[in-house]
Design a protein around this ligand. Structure first.
Ligand SMILES: [Zn+2]
Length: 256
């Protein structure tokens, strides 16, 4: 049984995966959902079956794509649906939104912040890969704007910020702090700690939360799900902890 984590306040089927409860072995043990990490294809397909089932999504096909740390958010349609390792066009995007039923949308992470969005009033969802590069490129605004184009009001959006590298482990250079300060309207100095070596520890989940609030998502509609990926390497895939030899988490949501 795939071990997943869930938002308390979501109505639609969804899940954030951990690395527990899958069938992969070796460095991919056990719930690897990454399709380009070098793992055995049949085992990853089985892992996707286990993950979707645990998330309450029985649909065989879903939407995912190649992530490039951009601010590209794609409005997903039925044409984008495919099974794991399915044939055909694979999107290049770091996020998906849709207002269509039975179109599961998914993104991959292993330290970056996975963000799921749900407006059950308008019937619009989002799955967004928020690394620091995508975040300072304002992928949060792209997501909220594209959800609004499908009829969603930001004050009706619920946000779940999933397992990712936290301020305890996320060391960054001054250029990242500068870009975060440029992104946010309010001062960001409560979202990072300066170190003696000239580096900083950054609360990237806090940056994502702050940006969502600036875009009109209500603070009481935003929740954190799960813990720090790097502090918990047996529970989560962490790119930094493993030096990049690893599987991937996925986060998925669907309007039933
Ligand atoms: Zn940590």
């Amino acid at each position: 049984m795939a071990v997943i984590e869930k938002a308390l306040n979501f109505k639609y089927p969804h899940g954030f995966s951990t690395r527990i409860g899958g069938v992969s072995t070796g460095v991919y043990e056990s719930l690897n959902l990454g399709m380009n990490r070098g793992d055995d294809k049949e085992l990853v397909i089985k892992n996707w079956d286990l993950f979707r089932k645990a998330s309450g999504i029985t649909n065989e096909q879903f939407v995912c794509g190649e992530q490039i740390h951009s601010n590209i958010v794609h409005i997903a349609t039925k044409e984008d649906l495919r099974p794991a390792y399915g044939p055909g066009f694979m999107n290049t995007a770091d996020g998906y939104v849709t207002n269509l039923r039975n179109v599961p949308i998914a993104i991959f992470t292993a330290d970056c912040v996975p963000l799921l969005l749900e407006d059950s009033k308008a019937g619009v969802i989002g799955a967004i890969h928020c690394g620091w590069k995508s975040t300072v490129a304002d992928i949060e605004k792209e997501a909220v704007t594209k959800m609004a184009s499908l009829g969603s009001d930001p004050s009706d959006i619920h946000a779940a910020i999933g397992p990712s590298i936290d301020i305890c482990c996320f060391e960054v250079g001054p250029e990242v702090i500068s870009a975060v300060s440029d992104l946010l309207t309010e001062p960001a100095d409560d979202l990072y700690l300066q170190k003696e070596n000239g580096k900083y520890m950054l609360d990237l989940r806090g940056v994502v939360k702050r940006r969502l609030e600036e875009l009109g998502v209500l603070p009481e509609h935003i929740e954190y799900v799960g813990g720090c990926t790097m502090c918990n390497p047996t529970r989560y895939w962490s790119h930094r902890y493993t030096g990049g030899v690893r599987g991937s988490q996925a986060s998925i949501i669907m309007i039933p």
